[in-house]
Design a binder for this molecule. Structure first.
Ligand code: LM5
Length: 472
Protein backbone atom coordinates (compact mmCIF):
# COMPACT_ATOMS: atom_id res chain seq x y z
CA UNK A 1 0.00 0.00 0.00
CA UNK A 2 2.75 2.38 1.05
CA UNK A 3 4.65 1.54 -2.10
CA UNK A 4 1.57 2.31 -4.22
CA UNK A 5 1.00 5.59 -2.43
CA UNK A 6 4.55 6.72 -3.00
CA UNK A 7 4.56 5.80 -6.62
CA UNK A 8 1.21 7.58 -7.17
CA UNK A 9 2.63 10.65 -5.51
CA UNK A 10 5.71 10.28 -7.65
CA UNK A 11 3.62 10.13 -10.77
CA UNK A 12 1.72 13.24 -9.80
CA UNK A 13 5.01 14.93 -9.00
CA UNK A 14 6.39 13.94 -12.39
CA UNK A 15 3.33 15.24 -14.20
CA UNK A 16 3.63 18.54 -12.32
CA UNK A 17 7.31 18.74 -13.22
CA UNK A 18 6.54 18.14 -16.88
CA UNK A 19 3.83 20.80 -16.90
CA UNK A 20 6.22 23.20 -15.19
CA UNK A 21 8.89 22.44 -17.80
CA UNK A 22 6.42 23.17 -20.62
CA UNK A 23 5.32 26.43 -19.03
CA UNK A 24 8.84 27.76 -18.52
CA UNK A 25 9.82 26.83 -22.08
CA UNK A 26 6.76 28.58 -23.60
CA UNK A 27 8.44 31.98 -24.01
CA UNK A 28 11.04 30.14 -26.12
CA UNK A 29 8.37 29.33 -28.68
CA UNK A 30 7.34 32.92 -28.83
CA UNK A 31 10.88 34.19 -29.08
CA UNK A 32 11.56 36.65 -31.85
CA UNK A 33 14.38 35.70 -34.18
CA UNK A 34 16.39 38.39 -35.88
CA UNK A 35 15.48 38.43 -39.56
CA UNK A 36 17.13 40.86 -41.92
CA UNK A 37 15.88 39.43 -45.19
CA UNK A 38 12.24 38.77 -44.39
CA UNK A 39 9.21 40.54 -45.86
CA UNK A 40 9.72 43.83 -47.72
CA UNK A 41 6.47 44.91 -46.11
CA UNK A 42 4.84 43.47 -43.02
CA UNK A 43 1.28 44.64 -43.73
CA UNK A 44 -1.07 43.85 -46.59
CA UNK A 45 -0.38 46.03 -49.60
CA UNK A 46 -2.90 48.82 -50.14
CA UNK A 47 -1.79 50.18 -53.54
CA UNK A 48 -4.07 50.09 -56.58
CA UNK A 49 -2.16 47.25 -58.30
CA UNK A 50 -2.72 44.98 -55.32
CA UNK A 51 -6.31 46.16 -54.90
CA UNK A 52 -6.90 45.13 -58.51
CA UNK A 53 -5.36 41.71 -57.80
CA UNK A 54 -7.89 41.34 -54.99
CA UNK A 55 -10.91 42.32 -57.06
CA UNK A 56 -9.97 39.84 -59.81
CA UNK A 57 -10.48 36.75 -57.65
CA UNK A 58 -10.65 34.30 -60.57
CA UNK A 59 -7.69 33.57 -62.82
CA UNK A 60 -6.64 31.21 -65.57
CA UNK A 61 -3.38 29.32 -65.16
CA UNK A 62 -1.70 28.11 -68.34
CA UNK A 63 0.97 25.43 -68.43
CA UNK A 64 2.42 25.26 -71.90
CA UNK A 65 5.79 24.04 -72.99
CA UNK A 66 7.66 21.14 -74.59
CA UNK A 67 5.89 18.70 -72.28
CA UNK A 68 2.73 19.23 -74.32
CA UNK A 69 4.40 17.27 -77.17
CA UNK A 70 4.76 13.87 -75.45
CA UNK A 71 1.65 14.62 -73.32
CA UNK A 72 2.65 12.12 -70.65
CA UNK A 73 3.71 9.34 -73.04
CA UNK A 74 7.32 8.25 -73.62
CA UNK A 75 8.42 5.39 -75.85
CA UNK A 76 4.99 3.87 -75.94
CA UNK A 77 4.42 4.03 -72.21
CA UNK A 78 1.93 6.32 -70.48
CA UNK A 79 3.17 7.85 -67.23
CA UNK A 80 0.31 8.85 -64.96
CA UNK A 81 2.35 11.45 -63.05
CA UNK A 82 2.17 15.14 -63.94
CA UNK A 83 2.94 15.58 -67.67
CA UNK A 84 5.37 18.45 -67.08
CA UNK A 85 7.46 16.17 -64.85
CA UNK A 86 7.74 13.45 -67.52
CA UNK A 87 11.55 13.70 -67.88
CA UNK A 88 11.76 12.66 -64.22
CA UNK A 89 9.17 9.86 -64.38
CA UNK A 90 10.69 8.35 -67.52
CA UNK A 91 14.31 9.17 -66.57
CA UNK A 92 14.89 11.00 -69.84
CA UNK A 93 18.37 12.46 -70.25
CA UNK A 94 18.30 16.23 -70.55
CA UNK A 95 19.83 16.24 -74.06
CA UNK A 96 17.11 13.90 -75.30
CA UNK A 97 14.31 15.93 -73.69
CA UNK A 98 15.76 19.21 -74.93
CA UNK A 99 15.67 17.98 -78.53
CA UNK A 100 11.89 18.23 -78.30
CA UNK A 101 12.41 21.89 -79.12
CA UNK A 102 12.95 20.83 -82.73
CA UNK A 103 9.42 19.40 -82.75
CA UNK A 104 7.80 22.45 -81.19
CA UNK A 105 5.63 24.05 -83.85
CA UNK A 106 2.23 25.18 -82.58
CA UNK A 107 0.85 26.07 -86.00
CA UNK A 108 -2.69 26.42 -84.70
CA UNK A 109 -1.81 28.76 -81.83
CA UNK A 110 -4.36 31.57 -81.82
CA UNK A 111 -4.01 33.55 -78.60
CA UNK A 112 -7.08 35.63 -79.42
CA UNK A 113 -9.13 32.46 -79.15
CA UNK A 114 -7.52 31.60 -75.84
CA UNK A 115 -8.15 35.07 -74.50
CA UNK A 116 -11.80 34.99 -75.60
CA UNK A 117 -12.27 31.64 -73.92
CA UNK A 118 -10.73 32.97 -70.70
CA UNK A 119 -12.88 36.07 -70.89
CA UNK A 120 -16.05 34.05 -71.35
CA UNK A 121 -15.08 31.85 -68.45
CA UNK A 122 -14.97 34.94 -66.28
CA UNK A 123 -11.21 34.98 -65.64
CA UNK A 124 -9.90 38.41 -64.75
CA UNK A 125 -6.24 37.44 -64.87
CA UNK A 126 -4.02 34.85 -66.48
CA UNK A 127 -0.74 33.33 -65.34
CA UNK A 128 1.32 31.63 -68.04
CA UNK A 129 4.44 29.49 -67.75
CA UNK A 130 7.25 31.49 -69.34
CA UNK A 131 9.79 28.90 -68.17
CA UNK A 132 8.98 25.66 -66.37
CA UNK A 133 11.38 23.28 -64.59
CA UNK A 134 12.76 21.94 -67.89
CA UNK A 135 14.14 25.42 -68.64
CA UNK A 136 12.44 25.91 -72.02
CA UNK A 137 11.49 29.56 -72.59
CA UNK A 138 8.29 30.59 -74.34
CA UNK A 139 9.85 33.92 -75.27
CA UNK A 140 12.94 34.72 -77.33
CA UNK A 141 15.55 35.11 -74.59
CA UNK A 142 18.95 36.66 -75.14
CA UNK A 143 20.31 34.50 -72.36
CA UNK A 144 19.62 31.03 -73.74
CA UNK A 145 19.18 29.14 -76.98
CA UNK A 146 16.69 26.86 -75.32
CA UNK A 147 13.74 29.01 -76.29
CA UNK A 148 10.90 29.40 -78.75
CA UNK A 149 13.19 31.23 -81.16
CA UNK A 150 15.18 28.05 -81.69
CA UNK A 151 12.18 25.94 -82.65
CA UNK A 152 10.56 25.41 -86.05
CA UNK A 153 7.94 27.92 -84.89
CA UNK A 154 10.66 30.58 -84.61
CA UNK A 155 8.33 33.27 -83.34
CA UNK A 156 7.65 35.00 -80.08
CA UNK A 157 4.58 33.43 -78.49
CA UNK A 158 4.45 35.67 -75.49
CA UNK A 159 4.05 38.97 -77.34
CA UNK A 160 0.83 37.96 -79.17
CA UNK A 161 -0.32 36.23 -75.98
CA UNK A 162 0.12 39.35 -73.85
CA UNK A 163 -1.55 41.46 -76.54
CA UNK A 164 -4.57 39.18 -76.89
CA UNK A 165 -5.26 38.95 -73.17
CA UNK A 166 -4.61 42.63 -72.58
CA UNK A 167 -7.06 43.37 -75.38
CA UNK A 168 -9.72 41.40 -73.48
CA UNK A 169 -8.99 43.32 -70.30
CA UNK A 170 -7.36 40.35 -68.59
CA UNK A 171 -4.30 41.04 -66.41
CA UNK A 172 -1.23 39.04 -67.40
CA UNK A 173 1.11 37.36 -64.90
CA UNK A 174 4.21 35.31 -65.62
CA UNK A 175 4.93 31.97 -64.03
CA UNK A 176 8.69 31.43 -63.80
CA UNK A 177 10.38 28.41 -62.31
CA UNK A 178 13.74 29.09 -60.68
CA UNK A 179 14.65 25.41 -60.78
CA UNK A 180 16.21 24.57 -64.16
CA UNK A 181 16.92 21.05 -65.42
CA UNK A 182 18.55 22.45 -68.55
CA UNK A 183 20.93 25.12 -67.30
CA UNK A 184 24.47 23.79 -66.67
CA UNK A 185 24.93 26.09 -63.67
CA UNK A 186 21.76 25.28 -61.82
CA UNK A 187 22.37 23.30 -58.66
CA UNK A 188 19.94 21.48 -56.42
CA UNK A 189 22.47 21.60 -53.62
CA UNK A 190 25.62 23.55 -52.95
CA UNK A 191 28.22 21.03 -51.84
CA UNK A 192 31.47 22.59 -52.97
CA UNK A 193 33.14 25.84 -54.00
CA UNK A 194 32.61 24.98 -57.62
CA UNK A 195 28.87 24.50 -56.97
CA UNK A 196 28.87 27.85 -55.28
CA UNK A 197 30.64 29.40 -58.26
CA UNK A 198 28.22 27.84 -60.74
CA UNK A 199 25.19 28.93 -58.73
CA UNK A 200 26.44 32.51 -58.65
CA UNK A 201 26.38 32.45 -62.46
CA UNK A 202 22.95 30.92 -62.36
CA UNK A 203 21.68 33.70 -60.10
CA UNK A 204 22.83 36.30 -62.62
CA UNK A 205 21.12 34.35 -65.40
CA UNK A 206 17.88 34.33 -63.39
CA UNK A 207 18.04 38.03 -62.69
CA UNK A 208 18.83 38.77 -66.34
CA UNK A 209 15.89 36.77 -67.60
CA UNK A 210 13.45 38.40 -65.20
CA UNK A 211 14.70 41.83 -66.13
CA UNK A 212 14.37 40.88 -69.78
CA UNK A 213 10.77 39.75 -69.29
CA UNK A 214 9.85 43.03 -67.65
CA UNK A 215 11.53 44.98 -70.40
CA UNK A 216 9.93 43.02 -73.26
CA UNK A 217 6.46 42.83 -71.71
CA UNK A 218 5.99 45.91 -69.55
CA UNK A 219 2.24 45.16 -69.30
CA UNK A 220 2.92 42.23 -66.99
CA UNK A 221 1.46 42.64 -63.51
CA UNK A 222 3.54 40.17 -61.59
CA UNK A 223 5.57 37.00 -61.27
CA UNK A 224 4.46 33.62 -60.01
CA UNK A 225 7.68 31.94 -58.93
CA UNK A 226 8.00 28.19 -58.57
CA UNK A 227 10.73 25.60 -58.09
CA UNK A 228 12.24 27.27 -55.05
CA UNK A 229 12.25 24.35 -52.63
CA UNK A 230 15.82 23.18 -53.11
CA UNK A 231 18.65 23.75 -50.65
CA UNK A 232 20.54 25.93 -53.14
CA UNK A 233 17.74 28.53 -53.24
CA UNK A 234 17.01 28.31 -49.52
CA UNK A 235 20.66 29.17 -48.86
CA UNK A 236 20.13 32.39 -50.80
CA UNK A 237 17.56 34.23 -48.70
CA UNK A 238 19.40 37.49 -49.04
CA UNK A 239 19.45 37.13 -52.83
CA UNK A 240 15.71 36.46 -53.07
CA UNK A 241 15.10 39.48 -50.83
CA UNK A 242 17.26 41.72 -52.99
CA UNK A 243 15.79 40.32 -56.18
CA UNK A 244 12.22 40.98 -55.02
CA UNK A 245 13.26 44.48 -54.04
CA UNK A 246 15.04 45.10 -57.34
CA UNK A 247 12.23 43.80 -59.56
CA UNK A 248 9.75 46.01 -57.72
CA UNK A 249 12.03 49.01 -58.13
CA UNK A 250 12.31 48.64 -61.88
CA UNK A 251 8.61 47.73 -62.24
CA UNK A 252 6.49 49.64 -59.71
CA UNK A 253 3.34 47.83 -58.64
CA UNK A 254 4.80 44.39 -59.45
CA UNK A 255 3.13 41.56 -57.56
CA UNK A 256 5.21 38.60 -56.41
CA UNK A 257 4.02 35.36 -54.80
CA UNK A 258 5.34 34.06 -51.50
CA UNK A 259 6.90 30.99 -53.09
CA UNK A 260 9.79 33.04 -54.39
CA UNK A 261 11.14 33.87 -50.98
CA UNK A 262 13.29 32.42 -48.29
CA UNK A 263 14.79 34.39 -45.42
CA UNK A 264 18.46 34.13 -44.46
CA UNK A 265 17.64 31.18 -42.18
CA UNK A 266 16.14 29.23 -45.08
CA UNK A 267 12.53 29.66 -43.96
CA UNK A 268 10.26 29.74 -47.04
CA UNK A 269 6.96 31.59 -47.72
CA UNK A 270 6.95 32.87 -44.14
CA UNK A 271 10.06 34.12 -42.43
CA UNK A 272 11.44 32.58 -39.24
CA UNK A 273 8.94 34.68 -37.26
CA UNK A 274 5.96 33.56 -39.29
CA UNK A 275 5.54 36.74 -41.30
CA UNK A 276 4.47 36.32 -44.92
CA UNK A 277 7.10 37.13 -47.54
CA UNK A 278 6.03 38.27 -51.00
CA UNK A 279 2.63 39.81 -51.65
CA UNK A 280 0.41 36.78 -51.27
CA UNK A 281 0.59 33.22 -49.97
CA UNK A 282 0.86 30.81 -52.90
CA UNK A 283 1.38 27.58 -51.01
CA UNK A 284 -2.12 26.27 -51.72
CA UNK A 285 -1.30 24.01 -54.66
CA UNK A 286 -4.21 21.66 -55.51
CA UNK A 287 -5.72 22.34 -52.10
CA UNK A 288 -7.65 25.02 -50.23
CA UNK A 289 -7.55 26.24 -46.65
CA UNK A 290 -10.18 24.55 -44.47
CA UNK A 291 -13.42 26.50 -44.28
CA UNK A 292 -12.83 26.95 -40.55
CA UNK A 293 -9.38 28.43 -41.09
CA UNK A 294 -10.57 32.02 -41.00
CA UNK A 295 -7.14 33.20 -39.76
CA UNK A 296 -6.01 33.02 -43.39
CA UNK A 297 -7.94 36.21 -44.14
CA UNK A 298 -5.13 38.13 -42.44
CA UNK A 299 -3.03 37.66 -45.58
CA UNK A 300 -3.69 37.77 -49.30
CA UNK A 301 -3.57 34.30 -50.78
CA UNK A 302 -4.29 32.30 -53.89
CA UNK A 303 -5.00 28.67 -54.51
CA UNK A 304 -3.97 27.06 -57.81
CA UNK A 305 -5.94 24.06 -59.01
CA UNK A 306 -5.77 21.37 -61.66
CA UNK A 307 -8.83 19.96 -63.41
CA UNK A 308 -7.67 16.34 -63.22
CA UNK A 309 -6.08 15.21 -59.97
CA UNK A 310 -2.54 16.35 -60.78
CA UNK A 311 -1.91 17.39 -64.37
CA UNK A 312 -0.71 20.88 -65.24
CA UNK A 313 0.82 20.45 -68.67
CA UNK A 314 -1.19 18.70 -71.40
CA UNK A 315 -1.60 14.97 -70.71
CA UNK A 316 -3.23 12.85 -73.38
CA UNK A 317 -4.80 10.41 -70.96
CA UNK A 318 -7.38 11.95 -68.67
CA UNK A 319 -8.92 8.60 -67.71
CA UNK A 320 -6.59 7.76 -64.83
CA UNK A 321 -7.84 10.26 -62.26
CA UNK A 322 -10.97 12.04 -61.18
CA UNK A 323 -11.58 14.98 -63.51
CA UNK A 324 -13.41 17.74 -61.64
CA UNK A 325 -16.84 18.89 -62.78
CA UNK A 326 -17.68 22.55 -63.41
CA UNK A 327 -19.75 22.56 -60.21
CA UNK A 328 -16.85 21.25 -58.16
CA UNK A 329 -14.61 23.94 -59.60
CA UNK A 330 -17.19 26.64 -58.97
CA UNK A 331 -17.42 25.41 -55.39
CA UNK A 332 -13.64 25.67 -55.02
CA UNK A 333 -13.75 29.19 -56.43
CA UNK A 334 -16.47 30.29 -54.00
CA UNK A 335 -14.74 28.49 -51.13
CA UNK A 336 -11.58 30.51 -51.91
CA UNK A 337 -13.42 33.81 -52.16
CA UNK A 338 -15.30 33.11 -48.92
CA UNK A 339 -11.89 33.07 -47.20
CA UNK A 340 -10.61 36.15 -48.98
CA UNK A 341 -8.49 34.33 -51.56
CA UNK A 342 -8.04 34.08 -55.31
CA UNK A 343 -8.59 30.94 -57.36
CA UNK A 344 -6.30 30.11 -60.27
CA UNK A 345 -7.65 27.34 -62.49
CA UNK A 346 -5.19 25.53 -64.71
CA UNK A 347 -5.36 24.72 -68.42
CA UNK A 348 -2.82 22.69 -70.38
CA UNK A 349 -2.98 23.52 -74.09
CA UNK A 350 -1.93 20.96 -76.69
CA UNK A 351 1.34 21.12 -78.62
CA UNK A 352 -0.42 22.37 -81.75
CA UNK A 353 -1.68 25.42 -79.86
CA UNK A 354 -5.30 24.35 -79.43
CA UNK A 355 -7.16 23.73 -76.20
CA UNK A 356 -8.61 20.30 -75.54
CA UNK A 357 -12.35 19.81 -75.82
CA UNK A 358 -12.90 18.96 -72.14
CA UNK A 359 -11.25 22.20 -71.00
CA UNK A 360 -13.27 24.25 -73.44
CA UNK A 361 -16.48 22.71 -72.16
CA UNK A 362 -15.55 23.29 -68.54
CA UNK A 363 -14.56 26.90 -69.26
CA UNK A 364 -17.86 27.47 -71.02
CA UNK A 365 -19.98 26.02 -68.20
CA UNK A 366 -18.13 27.96 -65.53
CA UNK A 367 -18.56 31.05 -67.70
CA UNK A 368 -22.31 30.59 -67.95
CA UNK A 369 -22.47 30.43 -64.21
CA UNK A 370 -20.16 33.42 -63.74
CA UNK A 371 -22.20 35.46 -66.17
CA UNK A 372 -25.17 35.02 -63.87
CA UNK A 373 -23.53 35.01 -60.46
CA UNK A 374 -20.09 36.61 -60.84
CA UNK A 375 -21.26 39.40 -58.55
CA UNK A 376 -20.72 37.01 -55.65
CA UNK A 377 -17.08 36.51 -56.72
CA UNK A 378 -15.42 39.68 -58.01
CA UNK A 379 -14.27 42.11 -55.39
CA UNK A 380 -15.70 39.83 -52.70
CA UNK A 381 -14.16 38.34 -49.61
CA UNK A 382 -14.90 36.89 -46.21
CA UNK A 383 -18.32 37.81 -44.85
CA UNK A 384 -17.59 37.30 -41.16
CA UNK A 385 -20.46 34.84 -40.63
CA UNK A 386 -20.23 31.23 -39.44
CA UNK A 387 -20.19 28.89 -42.40
CA UNK A 388 -23.28 26.72 -42.83
CA UNK A 389 -23.71 23.40 -44.60
CA UNK A 390 -25.72 24.73 -47.56
CA UNK A 391 -22.70 26.59 -48.98
CA UNK A 392 -20.63 29.74 -48.57
CA UNK A 393 -21.04 33.39 -47.74
CA UNK A 394 -19.11 36.05 -49.64
CA UNK A 395 -19.22 39.78 -49.13
CA UNK A 396 -18.34 42.57 -51.57
CA UNK A 397 -15.76 45.12 -50.56
CA UNK A 398 -18.33 47.88 -51.04
CA UNK A 399 -21.89 47.84 -49.69
CA UNK A 400 -23.54 45.84 -46.93
CA UNK A 401 -25.07 42.98 -48.88
CA UNK A 402 -23.95 39.44 -48.30
CA UNK A 403 -24.12 36.67 -50.88
CA UNK A 404 -25.07 33.12 -50.05
CA UNK A 405 -23.98 30.65 -52.72
CA UNK A 406 -26.03 27.52 -52.22
CA UNK A 407 -24.51 24.17 -53.22
CA UNK A 408 -26.56 21.83 -51.04
CA UNK A 409 -30.31 22.25 -50.85
CA UNK A 410 -31.54 20.92 -47.52
CA UNK A 411 -34.53 18.57 -47.61
CA UNK A 412 -36.63 21.02 -45.56
CA UNK A 413 -35.61 23.85 -47.93
CA UNK A 414 -34.66 26.02 -44.99
CA UNK A 415 -31.25 27.66 -45.11
CA UNK A 416 -29.87 28.22 -41.67
CA UNK A 417 -28.13 31.48 -40.88
CA UNK A 418 -26.43 32.39 -37.63
CA UNK A 419 -26.25 36.13 -37.27
CA UNK A 420 -23.87 38.11 -35.13
CA UNK A 421 -25.42 39.83 -32.09
CA UNK A 422 -27.41 42.92 -32.93
CA UNK A 423 -27.95 42.01 -36.58
CA UNK A 424 -31.15 40.92 -38.24
CA UNK A 425 -32.22 40.07 -41.75
CA UNK A 426 -33.83 42.89 -43.62
CA UNK A 427 -34.45 41.03 -46.82
CA UNK A 428 -33.34 38.02 -48.80
CA UNK A 429 -33.86 37.36 -52.50
CA UNK A 430 -32.45 35.31 -55.33
CA UNK A 431 -29.73 37.21 -57.17
CA UNK A 432 -31.42 36.48 -60.48
CA UNK A 433 -34.91 37.41 -59.12
CA UNK A 434 -34.42 40.61 -57.16
CA UNK A 435 -38.10 41.57 -57.09
CA UNK A 436 -39.30 38.60 -55.10
CA UNK A 437 -38.36 38.42 -51.43
CA UNK A 438 -37.80 35.08 -49.79
CA UNK A 439 -39.63 34.27 -46.60
CA UNK A 440 -37.56 34.55 -43.43
CA UNK A 441 -38.29 32.67 -40.24
CA UNK A 442 -36.72 33.31 -36.86
CA UNK A 443 -35.75 30.06 -35.25
CA UNK A 444 -34.36 31.67 -32.13
CA UNK A 445 -32.39 34.78 -31.11
CA UNK A 446 -29.36 33.99 -33.26
CA UNK A 447 -30.67 31.65 -35.90
CA UNK A 448 -32.85 32.59 -38.82
CA UNK A 449 -34.05 30.44 -41.67
CA UNK A 450 -34.42 31.46 -45.27
CA UNK A 451 -37.19 29.50 -46.94
CA UNK A 452 -36.53 28.53 -50.54
CA UNK A 453 -38.87 26.97 -53.08
CA UNK A 454 -37.93 24.04 -55.23
CA UNK A 455 -34.89 24.90 -57.20
CA UNK A 456 -32.97 22.79 -59.68
CA UNK A 457 -30.15 21.02 -57.91
CA UNK A 458 -28.02 20.91 -61.06
CA UNK A 459 -26.42 24.30 -60.50
CA UNK A 460 -25.46 26.27 -57.43
CA UNK A 461 -27.33 29.57 -57.07
CA UNK A 462 -26.93 32.80 -55.18
CA UNK A 463 -29.13 34.52 -52.62
CA UNK A 464 -28.60 38.14 -51.67
CA UNK A 465 -28.92 38.82 -47.98
CA UNK A 466 -29.56 42.29 -46.65
CA UNK A 467 -28.82 42.72 -42.98
CA UNK A 468 -29.75 45.55 -40.67
CA UNK A 469 -29.00 46.48 -37.08
CA UNK A 470 -31.62 45.43 -34.60
CA UNK A 471 -33.33 48.39 -32.95
CA UNK A 472 -32.73 48.24 -29.23
C1 LM5 B 1 5.42 21.14 -55.30
C2 LM5 B 1 6.13 21.35 -54.15
C3 LM5 B 1 7.20 20.50 -53.89
C4 LM5 B 1 7.52 19.47 -54.77
C5 LM5 B 1 6.79 19.29 -55.89
C6 LM5 B 1 5.72 20.12 -56.16
C7 LM5 B 1 4.98 19.86 -57.34
N1 LM5 B 1 4.65 21.03 -58.12
C8 LM5 B 1 5.43 21.49 -59.09
O1 LM5 B 1 6.55 21.10 -59.29
C9 LM5 B 1 4.82 22.49 -60.00
N2 LM5 B 1 3.98 23.50 -59.36
C10 LM5 B 1 2.74 23.59 -60.08
C11 LM5 B 1 2.18 24.97 -60.08
C12 LM5 B 1 3.08 23.03 -61.42
O2 LM5 B 1 3.81 23.94 -62.20
C13 LM5 B 1 3.92 21.86 -61.01
O3 LM5 B 1 4.62 21.25 -62.06
Amino acid sequence: MIFLKISLRNIIYMIKAIIFQIIISLPLFGQVITVKYGPLLTEKRTDTAMEKWRTNRFGQFIHWGLYAIPGGEWEGKIYTGAAEWLPVWAAIPSAHWDSLQYDFNPSRFDPKKWAKMAKHMGARYVTITTKHHDGFCLWPSKFTEFDVESTPYNNDLLRPFVDAYTEEGIDVYFYYSILDWHHPNWRKEIKSDSDQFAFEQFKSFTKNQLEELLKLYPEVKGFWFDGTWDQSWKLNGQFSYELENYLKKIHPGLIVNSRMRADEHGSRHRDSNGRLMGDYESGYERRLPDTGDTAIIQVDWESCMTIPENQWGFHKDWTTSHVKSPNELIEMLIHSVSLGGNFLLNFGPKADGTIRREEKRIAKEIGQWMEKYGEAVYNCGHAGLDKQDWGYYTKPKVGDNIYMTVFNIPINKKLKIRLPKGEQINKAYLLDRPNRSLEIQSYNKEISLVQIKTRSTSHPFVIVLELKRKES
